[in-house]
Design a protein around this ligand. Structure first.
Ligand code: FAD
Length: 384
């Protein structure tokens, strides 16, 4: 296992949702002790309130499903990567950037590294993310494209908000979409109070108290390009200005205004095709790939990392040693395509909804319909 990163903890400060299928796949890949530590470091969705949908003025538009029976967990990406690196142990070689792939005269794959070294292997699996060198080699081109949205994330301790905003946001995740494609997701993470496994002695969570992890999203355009060059306080201020320009109510922006400026970061949404048939445009062989390398998934469905973990478990199950590698990879890639198509279809629904509000008609409709839907929601609640 080779990774270009030199420090597994040097990654985005946001969180990852792992549903039941992702956890059951992970159980097949790591030791029970790692699984227990992961659960002890995770926030259980079943312990938080129902998700809420808001409009840009802070009016309730609707609720998400009842989560009381949910097995899903949220975990800091840093915590997850650290535990996975521990599970890999000495097999993980950090600081090794892959620069190219080749096949030798015997048909065996060769991986070249930026430091000039190379290795030959029976099977190469590219788990190298959205801009995968391995998948690009296989597909003879990029496997994903910018989805048209630019995102920014940050972390805000719940205790840092006013009592009114703490009450409004509650112990739940929220999503608000306004005119012109401005959207704000606010995730709630509490791996201590809402631990999926009550074993604090096993917890390695980097989040130590109730925290909102927000994601601001805008359609990518010449007007948003400059945001990418900003950092810290300047980026936070520019994001707030952008929401205010679109007339978002002041209190809905408190979660950004009171965020730790050091936690604010930009990320670009990339997406592969939603059509399963498009996802592995190569013949099955001794080089394959998994996760975002094949089905780069915007974070809007919270399924990308879970899908990558399930890919890895499926691959291992197919490589049972009794069939030829090419046949095993063929079967694995059929599963990979199906799952990739499903997660991309789910994630692109929200992306398309956000982009639809960035038309003149969409902006007018969002502004006009939001109060109507909010009033209908209030009426429904008062009748219960
Ligand atoms: C803000 C945000 C929130 C998200 N929230 C969720 C969520 O709630 N749930 C969810 O399931 N998913 C979520 N995702 C998506 C999720 O992070 C990705 O889908 C997931 O990480 C993909 O896993 P992967 O292993 O395929 O790729 P990555 O996690 O991108 O890992 C790729 C690895 O390959 C290494 N690498 C890359 N290139 C090279 C190279 N040339 N040589 C050597 N190593 C290389 C990188 O260092 C990295 O370690 C979110 C994404 C974002 C941006």
């Amino acid at each position: 296992m080779f990774d270009r990163d030199t420090d597994v903890a040097a990654t985005g400060g946001y969180h990852i949702t792992l549903d039941e299928r992702a956890q059951s796949a992970l159980r097949r890949l790591v030791a029970p002790e790692i699984m227990r530590r992961l659960l002890a470091s995770s926030s259980a969705l079943r312990l938080r309130d129902r998700d809420m949908f808001w409009d840009y003025r802070g009016r309730v538009l609707g609720h998400g499903p009842d989560l009381s029976g949910s097995a899903s967990i949220d975990v800091d990406r840093i915590t997850l990567r650290t535990l996975l690196a521990e599970a890999a142990g000495e097999d993980l070689h950090l600081g090794r950037a892959v620069s190219g792939i080749a096949v030798d005269e015997h048909g065996m794959p060769r991986v070249m590294f930026a430091d000039g070294t190379s290795v030959t292997a029976d099977l190469v699996v590219g788990a190298d993310g959205t801009h995968s060198v391995v998948a690009r080699y296989l597909a003879a081109g990029p496997t994903s494209h910018p989805a048209g949205i630019i995102g920014f994330s940050g972390r805000t301790p719940r205790a840092g908000l006013t009592a009114a905003e703490r009450h409004r946001l509650g112990t739940r995740s929220s999503m608000a979409i306004g005119p012109r494609g401005a959207a704000l997701y606010v995730g709630f993470l509490d791996p201590v109070g809402n631990a999926a496994l009550d074993a604090p002695e096993l917890s390695t969570s980097i989040t130590t108290g109730p925290t909102y992890i927000w994601g601001a999203m805008f359609p990518e355009s010449a007007r948003t390009d400059f945001l990418r060059d900003l950092h810290g306080t300047a980026l936070r201020t520019a994001l707030l200005d952008r929401f205010r320009e679109h007339r978002w109510a002041g209190h809905t922006l408190e979660v950004i205004a009171r965020t730790d400026p050091g936690s604010v970061a930009a990320f670009r949404f990339n997406a592969a095709s939603t059509r399963a048939a498009d996802l592995t445009p190569w013949a099955a062989g001794r080089i394959t790939a998994l996760g975002d390398a094949v089905h780069a998934t915007p974070p809007t469905a919270g399924m990308g990392a879970g899908a990558a973990i399930q890919d890895a478990a499926d691959l291992l199950a197919q490589l049972d040693g009794t069939t030829a590698i090419t046949d095993a990879i063929g079967r694995y890639e059929a599963q990979l395509r199906q799952r990739g198509g499903e997660v991309l279809t789910a994630a692109m629904k929200t992306v398309r909804l956000i982009l639809a509000t960035d038309t003149t008609l969409g902006a007018v409709a969002t502004a006009a319909l939001s109060p109507v839907v909010a009033a209908a929601t209030r009426l429904r609640r008062s009748q219960k």
